[in-house]
Design a protein around this ligand. Sequence first.
Ligand code: SF4
Length: 239
Amino acid sequence: MDTDTSGLSALDRRIAGCRACPRLVAWREEVARTKRAAFADWTYWGRPVPGFGPTDARLLIVGLAPAAHGGNRTGRMFTGDRSGDVLYQALYDVGLASQPTAVAADDGLELYGVRVTSPVHCAPPANKPTPAERDTCRSWLVQELGLLRPTLRAVVVLGAFGWQAALPAFGEAGWTVPRPRPAFAHGGQVELAGTDGPGLHLFGCFHVSQRNTFTGRLTPEMLREVLRTAARTAGLPAR
Ligand code: SF4
């Protein structure tokens, strides 16, 4: 039985049925048909990937878009790829996840007070959505932020693209974004005033991409530190 009374589950179902971007619909479905050899026995999700985590989250993690053979295969954010391995290990290490691994949507992983989402919900070719696709998908993030707003106190945005894509959504969802818009920086913090409610603390963090983690640009301790600080700011116990 669906016990979600916040409307987030309904929103997630609507997102999963979205076909607004023809190029991304074609790409996600082609990848799901052709598959990667290592996952030949998988039935790929091949649809938009909704946010993952509790409906009363105090902390939101915003990535960029699902990976073709990660979220687009498993149907859950950051699940089934190396970026997710790094992210969920760090969330587990600081006490915000029930297990350090994320391999399939039914693997039992639970997040504690944290939700994970992205400004673009379909896997894009070369991990690069067009500005038009980014803008089209923003309305889903605005709606998600609106539903989370009663409890949401902090956001970690992974990478400069996610930062640029998400900032307007915070403005549309009821927080005041300074002008000029604050620039992305790893470890950077910005507080957005609420137009008629509590404010929101934004934290920048390098994306958990393989390029950043393999080269050491983003180390596990750097990631843990941002997550820990953001979680405590949001009122979550983090170790
Ligand atoms: S990227 Fe967003 S708006 Fe475009 S089809 Fe996917 S879910 Fe819909």
